[in-house]
Design a protein around this ligand. Structure first.
Ligand SMILES: NC(=O)c1ccc[n+]([C@@H]2O[C@H](COP(=O)([O-])OP(=O)(O)OC[C@H]3O[C@@H](n4cnc5c(N)ncnc54)[C@H](OP(=O)(O)O)[C@@H]3O)[C@@H](O)[C@H]2O)c1
Length: 272
């Protein structure tokens, strides 16, 4: 859409690292920054907080687990902006099995939110990505390949891995974990860690797909924000949220022609 402002979308940004990413991007990104939250009231409270700091984020409700919510966001963005310049996939659920949640629900919801829903949102918005757009996955060092048995490492890191195969592998993990034999089959014990391995592998698969598409200049990378003091990271973490936002924001603002398909920590490429 000619003349429409640039736009950056940050998922799960009503608190924690996501909120810090929006705060920083409001200062440095030359366009609109959309703070999204699955809960409208938590999202609006976060917007009010940033407005109190003299910043002007936009707000849109987004529950990445809901196909309807994704479709509504997409329609609104298309109408208002005609495209997307930056997508930061920050939303995730944490490491611990919450009290009162069964193992089965914990496994399923962790893989669904952190992997499947992030894939669904990215696939939905990818056609809207403008030339030199950037997609950033906020992943974790917990999701490096060495948490898996060699056979699985080879599958996840294969240069010929397809999205369909990757989705099937993540479903296989869910089945194995619910059956309680995932560790003996070479998976990590932790659904969170496996969800982030999936996200890192997905980044490589999407980067390959994008590079051979008519959107070949769109850049996609994945990163670890470090161990950060948030509801998820806990009070003992050494980094504050401003520090946790550093690498995601760096990747969200990469100049045209920058590397794509890599895993980053502290603004440096690291081994997947
Ligand atoms: N903190 C760390 O030490 C650390 C380390 C490595 C990686 N990370 C990664 O960094 C990212 C941010 O983590 P954080 O520490 O800031 O966590 P956090 O404080 O728990 O915030 C997570 C955010 O994700 C949102 N969210 C969860 N499910 C969602 C859904 N279905 N749709 C939309 N939003 C959803 C939460 O919304 P609600 O407020 O509604 O729950 C919240 O806004 C995550 O991807 C995490 O895995 C964190």
């Amino acid at each position: 859409m000619a003349g429409s402002p640039k736009v950056a979308i940050v998922t799960g940004s009503n608190k924690g690292i996501g909120l810090a990413i929006v705060r920083r991007m409001c200062k440095e990104f030359s366009g609109d920054v959309i703070l999204t939250a699955r809960d409208e009231s938590r999202g609006r409270t976060a917007v009010t907080l940033l407005e109190g700091e003299g910043l002007q984020p936009e707000f849109h409700q987004l529950d990445i687990d809901s196909r309807d919510s994704i479709a509504t966001l997409k329609e609104c963005i298309e109408k208002s902006y005609g495209g997307v310049d930056v997508l930061v996939n920050n939303a995730a659920i944490g490491y611990q099995q919450p009290a009162g949640v069964s193992w089965c629900d914990h496994v399923t919801s962790t893989i669904n939110t952190n992997f499947t829903s992030t894939l669904n949102l990215t696939r939905a918005l990818l056609p809207l990505m403008r030339p030199h757009g950037r997609i950033v996955m906020v992943s974790s060092m917990d999701g490096t390949l060495d948490i898996l048995h060699n056979d699985l490492q080879n599958k996840f890191s294969s240069d010929s891995l397809t999205e369909t195969q990757l989705v099937a592998m993540m479903n296989e993990f869910i089945i194995d974990a619910i059956a309680g034999n995932h560790v003996s089959k070479g998976w990590s014990y932790s659904p969170y860690a496996v969800s982030k391995v999936g996200l890192n592998a997905l980044t490589r698969v999407l980067a390959r797909d994008i590079s051979s598409s008519n959107q070949s200049n769109v850049i996609i990378n994945t990163c670890c924000p470090g161990w950060v003091r948030t509801d998820m990271g806990g009070p003992m973490a050494p980094l504050d949220v401003k520090q946790g936002a550093e690498t995601p924001v760096y990747l969200a603002m990469l100049p045209p022609g920058s590397p794509s398909g890599f895993f980053w920590e502290r603004k440096r490429k690291v081994q997947f």
